[in-house]
Design a protein around this ligand. Structure first.
Ligand SMILES: *[C@@H]1O[C@H](CO)[C@@H](O)[C@H](O)[C@H]1NC(C)=O
Ligand SMILES: *[C@@H]1O[C@H](CO)[C@@H](O)[C@H](O)[C@H]1NC(C)=O
Ligand SMILES: *[C@@H]1O[C@H](CO)[C@@H](O)[C@H](O)[C@H]1NC(C)=O
Ligand SMILES: *[C@@H]1O[C@H](CO)[C@@H](O)[C@H](O)[C@H]1NC(C)=O
Ligand SMILES: *[C@@H]1O[C@H](CO)[C@@H](O)[C@H](O)[C@H]1NC(C)=O
Ligand SMILES: *[C@@H]1O[C@H](CO)[C@@H](O)[C@H](O)[C@H]1NC(C)=O
Ligand SMILES: *[C@@H]1O[C@H](CO)[C@@H](O)[C@H](O)[C@H]1NC(C)=O
Ligand SMILES: *[C@@H]1O[C@H](CO)[C@@H](O)[C@H](O)[C@H]1NC(C)=O
Ligand SMILES: *[C@@H]1O[C@H](CO)[C@@H](O)[C@H](O)[C@H]1NC(C)=O
Length: 504
């Protein structure tokens, strides 16, 4: 069914638009309007438990976030929107889904304005993390009435204290003469916040512009020189480009700046405790490693004298095309000796990727790692010895993008009803029934009820769930149908009664 669906979709796409060569196939369903990409999955070893969580943008067929299985089955697709950074996190000990929802400002800017949505296991919206009254200025070309909050899409990390770390971009004035720009220049300042998820109270705020004494403009790396930038608020110099925030146990923060190629430890009083720079080391000595333009700096195994840092290394860029393949890097940061050394690098020699933007590296509990490749719409899983064991592709390089991708176990118990479509296959004296239940992970079978009057339906068949959409062929012509999804330990899902369409 699935293959048939995506085949149909591809054909109809080719029939409708002439430019089908760049169109990645997607799936369609009779019972549901969702049209997730058709994943091209290859596996060469065991993978970790869980589903794949990812967003898609650029020339993607539907802007949305997806939960999908390795078998190319959709589990859940959100309503459409410019959504990014989709993952499972914990709030008060319960699993929740979080993602950015707002307005993405495309490259060459590459930031956004919106909220972070928090959904519970029933996909109900329980919190919207937002920054509303913080006296921001938007990019000159953007009407700030077109979004509801100033949170940027780069970060949505939940802490164990029920707070969320997020970023913000404020267009403001700055003297750029030290780097050859105008004295009354414009920058996109990078901010980060710690926000109480339930009250939206801002508990902490930090701005890069407030710390130019410790992080001077002159230290920005060559990928992004001031050139013509900074003359007006429509072309501000986005020199810092914050793209991740984490919290250390002592309450200080680890932030990542793309154009400084650096990770900074920010003390609670806002000052920079240390700089770990991917080319020179900064306050550290780099023991045979280098990186640049990195994303997704994460703290693991924190100890008194050091920790493990994971990053997504975007050293490839428009200035050094095809020369640095993208790597996930696990780095031991020794705070006693001030040395940074490599523990592991993750890349796939059989399929090197040269990502130019976005991307992430997720370390999984069992020692595996998952990487989402940003500008290159692939997800790879690596085993603990660094071998790539899975690749899932959902678009052509540079055509479709995905900000971050994750693998996580997930139990979804939607409060919405199952969806149903039925049609008559009269020549064979049969009724075709198509059933799906967006987001439901626990049901195992479908009970089908049918009859000739709406109010008098009797059981006609029980079938096993076979994927996102299950198809059944029921003997006899029926006028009305409804279905029930059943599983162990869940309340059954009951569809509406639908009338059977005359033709399939
Ligand atoms: C969060 O925002 C979304 C999108 O505007 C809205 O549908 C939802 O109801 C909001 N949820 C809460 C808890 O306010
Ligand atoms: C708000 O921003 C404007 C400039 O955009 C500035 O003039 C004003 O002083 C700011 N107010 C506060 C309270 O920061
Ligand atoms: C901005 O958008 C709002 C709401 O859509 C509209 O009323 C307003 O005129 C717009 N402002 C400009 C300057 O275009
Ligand atoms: C944004 O910049 C303006 C000045 O242009 C400043 O007044 C305001 O405080 C800044 N907002 C934040 C959140 O830093
Ligand atoms: C802003 O500056 C850029 C680059 O110098 C220029 O291309 C653009 O026309 C300017 N925009 C406005 C509104 O002045
Ligand atoms: C900020 O805190 C750090 C310790 O984390 C300290 O070394 C530094 O002196 C403090 N700076 C100021 C201005 O208080
Ligand atoms: C690098 O490659 C990208 C994608 O192929 C291309 O758009 C860009 O022009 C290239 N840049 C340089 C400097 O060659
Ligand atoms: C690494 O792990 C993979 C998959 O788990 C396994 O197939 C492979 O033999 C291992 N390679 C080495 C060098 O141990
Ligand atoms: C269609 O199937 C039903 C149920 O098996 C049967 O009662 C009916 O006679 C069949 N009708 C035809 C035209 O074969």
């Amino acid at each position: 069914m699935r293959i048939h669906s995506s085949f149909v979709a591809l054909c109809s796409f080719q029939a409708t638009f002439a430019v089908a060569s760049t169109a990645w196939p997607w799936q369609t369903f009779k019972s549901s309007p969702h049209e997730p990409p058709s994943l091209k999955v290859s596996k060469s070893g065991p993978v970790s438990p869980g589903y794949l969580f990812f967003d898609q943008s650029w020339d993607a067929h539907q802007y949305s976030v997806f939960i999908m299985s390795d078998n190319n089955e959709l589990v859940w697709q959100s309503p459409p929107g410019d959504l990014k950074g989709f993952r499972v996190q914990q709030l008060d000990g319960n699993p929740v889904l979080t993602y950015f929802n707002g307005l993405g400002v495309p490259e060459p800017f590459g930031w956004g304005y919106g909220i972070i949505q928090v959904l519970d296991q029933s996909y109900s919206s329980i919190h919207n993390v937002s920054v509303i009254n913080d006296n921001y200025t938007a990019l000159g070309s953007i009407n700030s009435s077109s979004f509801v909050s100033w949170i940027d899409m780069h970060e949505n990390t939940m802490t164990s204290e029920g707070t969320m770390l997020v970023t913000g971009y404020n267009v403001t004035q700055c003297d750029l003469s030290s780097v050859g720009g105008p004295k009354d220049g414009w920058i996109a300042d990078s901010l980060f916040y710690e926000i109480d998820v339930k009250t939206n109270d801002i508990l902490y705020r930090w701005s890069a512009k407030d710390h130019l004494d410790q992080i001077p403009l002159e230290d920005v790396q060559p990928f992004y020189p001031v050139d013509d930038w900074g003359h007006n608020s429509s072309a501000p110099y986005g020199y810092f480009h914050i793209n991740s925030v984490e919290k250390f146990q002592d309450g200080s923060y680890l932030i990542s700046s793309r154009y400084y190629c650096s990770l900074f430890k920010i003390a609670k009083n806002g000052s920079v405790d240390w700089t770990l720079q991917g080319q020179t080391g900064g306050d550290f000595e780099l023991k045979g490693i280098q990186w640049a333009y990195q994303h997704d700096g994460r703290i693991h195994h924190e100890q008194e004298d050091g920790f493990v840092l994971s990053i997504f290394d975007n050293a490839n860029s428009d200035v050094s095309n095809g020369t640095h393949h993208t790597e996930g890097m696990l780095i031991h940061v020794n705070l006693a000796t001030r040395e940074a050394s490599s523990l592991q690098t993750l890349h796939d020699p059989k399929d090197e990727i040269y990502a130019v933007s976005q991307g992430n590296t997720q370390l999984l509990p069992g020692g595996h790692a998952v990487m989402g490749y940003g500008s290159n719409p692939k997800i790879k899983e690596y085993s603990s010895n660094g071998t790539c064991v899975m690749t899932a592709q959902f678009g052509e390089d540079g055509v479709v993008a995905s900000y971050r991708a994750y693998r996580s176990p997930w139990v979804g118990i939607p409060t919405t009803s199952p969806d149903l479509f039925a049609c008559s296959d009269e020549s064979n004296n049969k009724t075709q029934v198509f059933m799906s239940w967006n987001g439901a992970t626990e049901h195992k079978k479908w009970k089908i009820f049918g009859g000739n009057t709406r109010g008098n339906l009797h059981p006609v068949s029980i079938v096993r769930k076979t994927g996102f959409e299950t198809t059944a062929s029921v003997v006899g012509g029926l006028k009305y149908v409804r279905v029930e999804a059943d599983g162990f330990g869940i309340e059954k899902g009951v569809s509406k009664v639908v009338s059977v369409k005359e033709m399939c």
